[in-house]
Design a protein around this ligand. Structure first.
Ligand SMILES: Cc1cc2nc3c(=O)[nH]c(=O)nc-3n(C[C@H](O)[C@H](O)[C@H](O)COP(=O)(O)OP(=O)(O)OC[C@H]3O[C@@H](n4cnc5c(N)ncnc54)[C@H](O)[C@@H]3O)c2cc1C
Length: 388
């Protein structure tokens, strides 16, 4: 079966969907509300499951070429610099650190350019039998299928899932940045440092840069400071290097502040010929580093279902049945992990557990085959001549 899909949103999810559709011989129109296509934001890590999804999309090598191995799950530290766990010389890591913009560019380069429409904010989605009509900037587009990949505040979801709960604030906020590491001292191979209920994450990314994120508790969402960088330094400026070094090396205006929300579980990802994907379907706490990874998985599974089921309806039914339980289980786990690391007591328990677990067992837990989420294997997309 082939057809034409409208993909709402040109983020990682929208582009991965367009690329997956391209690989199965479908056509797609990607509608992005921003005036240009590109990712703002800082860095991220991608785990083996996500890298396998990228392989199925045909861009794993390109992603690896713009990424750097990160040892963030191997190196657990205290604010005074002590290691609770530390990678040994010769240890490998299954995680790839990337700048968001680099991953986005890899996907963008692989999608046919004439599929992409910017300045196209979707304001309406209507269904009539087997056709779906989308309105964006005064223009109407029709297709056999619409994929809402328009993020946590999805307009597609708001329009067609009026009963769905709104995103929920998880009581945590984060400062993020990407710094040039020239002159920054300390272990820059990737780490997580926990202290006082706060958490500092480091992933190296390409071109001599490192991504950092400082997560802390904040009772209400939307609190902002005149000088976000100084506020981050007030929290972690006396932690071990490279923590203060990375914050200082980030240009003031490049320090991003984001409040952590999740989407309460949806009862379905599919309404008629419309499917939700990525953060529009399952925005989750970042504590397992899996939001974008599961978004890439969604794209591959959706395309596989479309390529192998006899009808769009059957394909969407399978997509929902395969993706929702996995996405929602990971989101639940990420929320629990986040709540644990956001409290001093939770951090103490975690530190005690890490001390008690023999190093060999810990290493097994961070091996690709030791982590159930990372073990995911993508379905094989059939190879068909690409549609243009
Ligand atoms: C602090 C933090 C750290 C994270 N770290 C990681 C990590 O290490 N690894 C990982 O895998 N994930 C991570 N994530 C999760 C990851 O960022 C998201 O899961 C991922 O970006 C979701 O991609 P998406 O394309 O679904 O949504 P988005 O990135 O939100 O993209 C949605 C797109 O839709 C567009 N859009 C919105 N509304 C409309 C409209 N009406 N019409 C047209 N276009 C529209 C937007 O402009 C945007 O381009 C992290 C998240 C946070 C908050």
């Amino acid at each position: 079966m082939t057809g034409h899909a409208i993909v709402v949103g040109g983020g990682i999810g929208g582009l991965a969907t367009a690329l997956a559709l391209h690989r199965i011989g479908w056509r797609a129109t990607v509608l992005e509300r921003a005036p240009g296509l590109g990712e703002v934001g800082a860095g991220m890590s991608q785990a083996p499951n996500a890298l396998r999804a990228l392989a199925e999309l045909g861009v794993e090598a390109e992603a690896r070429a713009v990424g750097v191995p990160t040892y963030s799950t191997s190196n657990l530290r205290r604010p005074d610099g002590r290691y609770l766990q530390r990678a040994r010389p010769g240890d490998t890591t299954p995680l790839l650190g990337l700048h968001r913009a680099d991953l986005h560019r890899v996907l963008l380069d692989a999608v046919p350019g004439d599929w992409l429409h910017t300045d196209a904010a979707v304001t309406d989605v209507r269904q009539d039998g087997d056709q779906v009509t989308v309105t964006a900037g005064g223009t109407e587009y029709q297709a056999d299928l619409v994929v809402g990949a328009d993020g946590i505040r999805s307009a597609v979801r708001t329009r067609l899932w009026p009963d769905a709960a709104s995103p929920r604030y998880l009581g945590r906020t984060a400062w993020l940045g990407v710094a040039d590491v020239t002159g920054v001292t300390g272990d820059l191979t990737g780490s997580v440092t926990m202290g006082k209920g706060d958490l500092f994450l480091i992933h190296p990314v390409s071109r001599g840069r490192a991504y950092w994120a400082l997560l802390t508790s904040e009772r209400t969402a939307g609190v902002r400071y005149d000088d976000e960088k100084r506020t981050a330094l007030a929290l972690a400026g006396d932690w071990h290097e490279p923590v203060p070094g990375l914050i200082r090396a980030t240009p003031d205006q490049a320090v991003i502040r984001t409040d952590i929300h999740e989407l309460p579980p949806l009862s379905t990802y599919v309404r008629g010929r419309v499917a939700l994907l990525g953060d529009a379907a399952h925005a989750m706490s970042p504590d397992r580093g899996q939001g974008a990874g599961h978004t890439l998985e969604d794209a591959v599974v959706l395309a596989h279902a479309l390529a192998t089921e006899p009808t769009v309806d059957a394909a969407l039914g399978r997509y929902d049945a395969e993706r929702r339980p996995r996405d929602q289980a990971t989101a639940r786990g990420a929320r629990i992990d986040g709540a644990r690391t956001a409290s001093r007591a939770g951090q103490r328990v975690l530190a005690a557990m890490v001390r008690l677990v023999p190093a060999a067992l810990w290493r097994k837990g961070i091996a690709p085959d030791g982590n159930p989420t990372w073990r995911w294997e993508p379905p094989k997309l059939p190879v068909v001549p690409p549609a243009r």
